[in-house]
Ligand binder design. Sequence first.
Ligand SMILES: [Zn+2]
Length: 285
Amino acid sequence: MLNWRIGDVKVTRVVELETTGGTKFLLPRATYEEALNIEWLRPHFCDERGKLKMSIHALVIETPTRRMVVDTCLGNDKQGRKAPTWNNLSGPFLRDLASAGYARETIDTVMCTHLHVDHVGWNTMWTDGKWRPTFPNARYLMGRAEFHYWRAQREDEELQLVFADSVRPVFDAGLVDLVETDHQVCEEVSFVPTLGHTPGHVSVRISSRGEDALITGDFVHHPCQMARPDWAAAVDYDQAASTRTRREMFEKLAETTTLVIGTHFAEPTAGRVVRDGDAFRLVVG
Ligand SMILES: [Zn+2]
């Protein structure tokens, strides 16, 4: 399992699903041909035909005193998802989490960068005929604006269903803390507002002993957007804002040695942003 050290903090990647291709509906402008033009994407983030590689994974943050999970993937047994392969999953995610040393009962904090279907799934699990909190001893941190936006959602059936099976049960169990987009979680961990993909979207900053990392969430879905920050995701709710956020974030990151850990980046998943002409590039290894 991939992991990284940031000072006293350890971050571990627990994968639920890895994919190659099928990203036309997510990043419509990243055609095979366009992707092949960005040479540094190969071999890690794009195959020789131009198909983008992506991953759905959770990131566990372990500090000297805390055990936290950032984003909880798709979850098992969920129904009514538009992507057919996201329904009725029965994957070994919890087993993998436990074998990495993080049994679900030992997690004290769950953070959702935003409340989309692939970031909230394992908030709950189907037990004894009901959706129940997967992490019974955790506080679940969610952005206040994000929570209210999705709770008021009435137009899209899938979105309402996601809220009902993966967000409302933890809220009703009294485990949710609604926080601001710059919330300080603990000494080493804080939220950074990265709006545009959703109304209350956040990234997660880790700082320890002079080292820094940033867990992106979905302000960037794939490293190709470093070369082309204007390639908004079809699911960005405000594409002008998400493009502005990508540019601003990459500009700031390129001036630092911050380790950027991508929420949907395929292995090796993390690297450093550097300038590349009038855009940017991810340097790995
Ligand atoms: Zn996502």
